[in-house]
Design a protein around this ligand. Sequence first.
Ligand SMILES: *Cc1c(COP(=O)(O)O)cnc(C)c1O
Length: 463
Amino acid sequence: MVRRIQPEPFRIKMVEPVSIPDAAQREEALKTGHFNMFGLRGEDVYIDLLTDSGTGAMSKYQWAALMKGDEAYAGATSFYALKEAVKDVLGFDYVIPCHQGRAAENVTFGSLAKPGDKIPFNMPFDTTRAHIFNVGAEPVDCVIDEAFDPECRHPFKGNVDIPKLEKAIATYGDKIPLIMVTITNNSGGGQPVSLENLRQVSAVARKHKIPLFLDAARMAENAYFIKVREEACKSLSVGQILRACMDCADAITVSAKKDPLVNIGGLVCTRTEDLYYRILPRVILCEGFATYGGLAGRDLECLAQGLREMVDEQYLAHRVAQVAYLGDLLEEGGVPFVKPAGGHAIFIDAAAFLPHIPQKYYPADVLAVEVYREGAIRGIGLGALAFATKDEATGETVYPKLELFRLAINRRTYTNSHMEYVAQSIVDVYKRRDRIRYGLEVGFAPAAKGLHHFLAHLHPVQF
Ligand SMILES: *Cc1c(COP(=O)(O)O)cnc(C)c1O
């Protein structure tokens, strides 16, 4: 069968050998890793789709830039290269490097939010949610209802529901230090937010004089989706669209391990000096001096170059098409997943894949175990284990609406042929799904709100 695949817009200059562990090695790895995908070692995995965070391949230009690293403690040349790239690509004047996205969240929420505060969101990413809880504040989800229907093909399922946002502002008033929108909405399936919606949110924020922040880890993919899905933006370049999105915001936090194409790094960028100085003291306390923020000079150089590369349209077209290709192959095999395919990942609907496993036995994580067993492929469960909360009043467990298993595609790292292997393995698991008759139970887990799934020891149980 002829398939229209988008070929890789790069060729291989250096190879990283990987091997496929056999069935016995996989069983052993599951046991020693406590059936938690975070417990596996890199060498136990053939195709690692745990996360697309910091796992991409740098370009030859980034490797060359690395040698330009200026390691001066203050005022390094490399910081100014980064500042210039941010200004050119994103338009912000004030730049704070951080060691990664959650560090940007720590300094932002630690500086601007206090106990009892509410943060209206489309939907926060898990580390973002944890940082909001950590300062005693709470996120208020205002994403459109379509986000919760895995079969709904809305083009911008990450959009903020404006009436929900207005209602949150009316309810919580001056308890709201900032509004935040995640682009793309990672936790909701990597779904984009339209430029029109960002402009509406920005207008609401301005009307109420509340700063608008973007969690912009996936801003280039979001801009690409806008180009191909939002009629009014068809003739603009991805770079122009990205700038228009940034123009809506007062500030952004960024995990540079995502779209900016580096293995480590993060950013806070602000429009005003006032906001910059409100956040900066905590950066010096937690990250490092203002001009390096926990990164080496060489990291700053690679990030500056990565910011310029992330808006390359051939690269983005391939990336999004590669994710969609994996989705097409899974769809042919009947595997249920969140539609349309997201920017960086396929989110398999584990509740529909394993409907006979009750949510309290973590079907998304059972699926992760079975996919690893089948193909030495590592994905991650994003369901009850990660997101269930306790109702403080009743003591009852509140389960998340979605029970997803995520396959995150690393940038410029795997080929379309790797995607075919992944799809085949998962379709094989799907064919034997009725025989998967066990659940997982948490043995040990640290008492850390919103974080225990990273460290939990799990074991199979019959129910
Ligand atoms: C990864 C991610 C973060 C956290 O960034 P880290 O670099 O992993 O700390 C925050 N928000 C979104 C949307 C992300 O994808």
